[in-house]
Design a protein around this ligand. Structure first.
Ligand code: NAD
Ligand code: MG
Length: 391
C-alpha cells in the first residue's frame, strides 16, 4: 500500500489522480489533500478517501471546510501554512498538481523534506528551477515528471543521462489556433482559446496551450528536470498528440514516448513507478489513427514560444519573469480584462524591463520576490481595454 499526498486535489490533474486511485483500492491510500478555494469539493474527497488532513488555501473558505468535515474525524487547516502542512504529511509520494506559482512553496517543502514528488506543477521549475532541483539533489528527493511530454521523455531516456542525449524534443499539439492567422489569433476570444482540440485541462494551462507558452514553459521545465542544455532542446508540432516526447542519441537512435492523449497515463506511471498499473486510458490504436504529422513551430504567429526560448537561453531571472508576467496576463485574459495579444505583449515588456535589473536570487524566497515584483507591474500592463475581450 502506497500513501499519497495530493496537492491540487480538486483540479483537473487531481481529479484524474483520484480516478486512478479509485481503480486500485488496495494499492493507494491518501493521507492529505490540499486545494485553493473549493471547500465543498475538498470535503467530498476527504470523506470519500478517508484522508487524515485537508487544507484549503483561501482563508475565507476555512469555516465552510470545517463545517463540512464536522463529525468526520478528519483534521483540516486553512491558508498556505496548512497547504504546506499537507505537503509534509507522511507519504510515499506527493503529487504536486497545484496550478501556478501558488504551488512553489508547498511543493518545495515536500522536496526539502526529501519526499518523492510527482510533479505536474511546471511553474515550480520555471519560477525557481535551479533552486528547486538543487534542493532535491541535496535531500535525495526524487522528482518524477508527471507532465505528459516529460514523462514520455523520462521513459524514452531509459538508463541514459543528459550527456548521452544529442537532442530532446517535446511535441505540441499546436492548440486551437494552430492554423489561424496572426491577426485572428490576436483577437481570439476566451471561449476560442479554451477550446483545446486534444486535451481537457484546467483553464490556465489551456490558455498557455493556445498561445504555445505552455510549450515554452515545458522547455524550461525539461532543462531543469533532465539537466539538459538549452541548445539541445526543441519543439515539434504534432497535431495528433500521440508522440509526446523524443530523445535522440549520438548513434542516430531516436526513442519516443507514445500514448493516447489522456493524463491518466503519465499519472499512473508516476503512481506505480517503477511498477505499472492500469490507468483507465483507452489503448493506443495506431491503425485507426493512420497518420502522424509533424511540423516545425511558427515562432512568428506564436511569439510566446519565442519569448520562452529566449528566456531559457538567457537564464537567470528571465524564466521567473516570463512565468510571472504570463500568469498575470493569462488571469487578466480569463477575467475578460484584456485581449489575447496582450499575453505575449505583457511578457515581452516585462522581460525587457527586468533584463536591465541586476538581481541574483540565492534562496527560494528571492526567486518568489522577483515573481511578486513582476506580477505587481504586469497587472497594470495586462489590464488593457479591448474591443475583443468578453466575460
Ligand atoms: P486546475 O486549475 O484544474 O487545478 C488546480 C488545482 O490547484 C485545484 O485543485 C486548485 O484548487 C488548486 N489550487 C489553486 N490555488 C491553490 C493554492 N493557492 N493552494 C493550494 N491549491 C491551490 O489545474 P490543472 O489543469 O489540474 O493543472 C495543475 C498543474 O498541472 C498546472 O501547473 C499545470 O500546468 C500542470 N499540468 C496540467 C495538465 C492537465 O492536463 N491538466 C497537464 C500537464 C501539466
Ligand atoms: Mg504537457
Amino acid at each position: 500500500m502506497k500513501t499519497l499526498v495530493l496537492l491540487g486535489a480538486t483540479g483537473s490533474i487531481g481529479t484524474s489522480t483520484l480516478d486512478i486511485v479509485r481503480r486500485h483500492p488496495g494499492l493507494y491510500r491518501i493521507s492529505a489533500i490540499a486545494g485553493g478555494t473549493d471547500a465543498a469539493g475538498l470535503a467530498a474527497i476527504a470523506r470519500e478517501f478517508r484522508v487524515d488532513f485537508a487544507a484549503v488555501a483561501d482563508p475565507s473558505r476555512g469555516p465552510e471546510l470545517k463545517e463540512r468535515l464536522a463529525g468526520s474525524g478528519i483534521a483540516c487547516g486553512v491558508g498556505e501554512a496548512a497547504v504546506i502542512e499537507a505537503a509534509l504529511h507522511p507519504a510515499d509520494l506527493v503529487v504536486g498538481a497545484i496550478v501556478g506559482t501558488a504551488g512553489v512553496r508547498p511543493t518545495y517543502a515536500a522536496v526539502a523534506a526529501g519526499r518523492r514528488v510527482a510533479l505536474a506543477n511546471k511553474e515550480c521549475l520555471v519560477c525557481a528551477g535551479e533552486e528547486f532541483m538543487r534542493r532535491a539533489r541535496e535531500t535525495g528527493s526524487e522528482v518524477l515528471p508527471l507532465d505528459s511530454e516529460h514523462n514520455a521523455i523520462f521513459q524514452a531516456m531509459g538508463r541514459h543521462t543528459a550527456e548521452d542525449v544529442v537532442r530532446m524534443t517535446l511535441t505540441a499539439s499546436g492548440g486551437p489556433f494552430r492554423t489561424w492567422s496572426a491577426e485572428r489569433i490576436a483577437s481570439a476570444t476566451r471561449d476560442e482559446a479554451l477550446a483545446h482540440p486534444n486535451w481537457s485541462m484546467g483553464a490556465k494551462v489551456t490558455i498557455d496551450s493556445a498561445s504555445l507558452m505552455n510549450k515554452g514553459l515545458e522547455l524550461i521545465e525539461a532543462h531543469h528536470l533532465f539537466s539538459i542544455p538549452a541548445e539541445r532542446l526543441d519543439v515539434l508540432v504534432h497535431p495528433q498528440s500521440i508522440v509526446h516526447g523524443l530523445v535522440s542519441f549520438a548513434d542516430g537512435s531516436v526513442t519516443a514516448g507514445m500514448a493516447v492523449p489522456d493524463m491518466r497515463v503519465p499519472i499512473a506511471h508516476c503512481l506505480a513507478f517503477p511498477e505499472r498499473v492500469a490507468s483507465g486510458a483507452k489503448p493506443l490504436d495506431l491503425a485507426t489513427i493512420g497518420a502522424l504529422e509533424f511540423a516545425a513551430p511558427d515562432l512568428v504567429r506564436f511569439p510566446a514560444l519565442r519569448l520562452a526560448m529566449d528566456a531559457m537561453r538567457t537564464g537567470g531571472i528571465m524564466p521567473t519573469v516570463l512565468n510571472a508576467a504570463n500568469e498575470a496576463a493569462v488571469a487578466a485574459f480569463l477575467a475578460g480584462r484584456s485581449d489575447f495579444a496582450a499575453i505575449p505583449r505583457t511578457v515581452e515588456t516585462m522581460l525587457e524591463r527586468f533584463d536591465r535589473r541586476n538581481v541574483k536570487p540565492s534562496h527560494l524566497e528571492d526567486w518568489l520576490e522577483v515573481d511578486a515584483a513582476v506580477r505587481r507591474e504586469a497587472v497594470g500592463l495586462a489590464r488593457v481595454a479591448s474591443p475583443y475581450a468578453k466575460n
